[in-house]
Write a protein that binds this ligand. Structure first.
Ligand code: SAM
Length: 215
């Protein structure tokens, strides 16, 4: 993704009441951030945050943590967040490679990956958010019956994920290659990229993965 630098965004994020600046401090203690023990759902690579913000508005009994690597996009989510009177949505600016430093074993109930960067070169495969390396991290932080939900219009990345997830010891429990014309679309919340690419006529692919209980 090409990013325009937004001057002052890093400082504005650090000063925001909606950002957790030292998320490692809350490992195993995220209930303190939200002052309740509601389930925690996270989105990794949330971009400008439309998806997770809409979910937080719809589901006040779920706590949402949006994770994004770049300040220039995260700042847009924070600007929207300021206008909302909700208490179940916070953000972290970080590379998800270090996600196990932030959440305790089994602390997360659900992980959303939406339109993740494809990293088309083979030598970069381990950077893909659906690589076995990332699933090993999810394995650590997700509850036993937790799930990973992944949407993209990128067929090579989706095909890679369909092969990679069983290799990582997980099961794909639901799958569609045309989300908007499938039963899986019920209750679907669109992301910024989903809106853009589906309006260009691209079919949206989605899968839900759960841990293989025998592993
Ligand atoms: N999910 C949004 C959507 O569907 O509209 C944004 C999609 S955009 C293509 C992918 C986003 O993931 C970018 O904002 C990128 O910075 C972020 N990202 C990629 N790898 C990441 C990582 N390892 N940790 C955190 N964010 C990451």
């Amino acid at each position: 993704m090409r990013l325009r630098n937004v001057r002052g965004s890093r400082e504005a994020i650090a000063a925001s009441e909606f950002t957790i600046n030292v998320p490692e401090d809350y490992k195993g203690k995220w209930c303190e951030v939200f002052s309740n023990t509601n389930p925690i759902h996270i989105e990794i690579g949330m971009g400008k945050g439309r998806f997770i913000t809409e979910l937080a508005l719809k589901n006040p009994d779920i706590n949402y943590v949006g994770i994004e690597k770049y300040s220039s996009v995260l700042i847009r989510a924070i600007e929207k967040r300021r206008e909302l009177d909700i208490s179940n949505l916070v953000f972290i600016r970080m590379d998800a490679e270090n996600i196990e430093d932030v959440f305790e074993k089994g602390e997360v109930d659900r992980i959303y990956l939406n339109f993740s960067d494809p990293w088309p070169k083979d030598r970069h495969a381990k950077r893909r958010l659906t690589s076995r390396q990332f699933f090993a991290r999810y394995n650590d932080i997700l509850k036993n019956d937790g799930q990973v939900e992944f949407k993209t219009d990128n067929r090579p990345l989706f095909d890679f994920s369909v092969e990679e997830i069983p290799e990582a010891g997980w099961n794909i429990v639901e799958i569609t290659y045309d989300l908007h014309n499938s039963e899986m679309c019920e209750g679907n919340v669109m992301t910024e990229y989903e809106e853009k690419f589906s309006s260009m006529g691209n079919p949206i692919h989605k899968l839900i993965a759960k841990r293989n209980m025998e592993v």
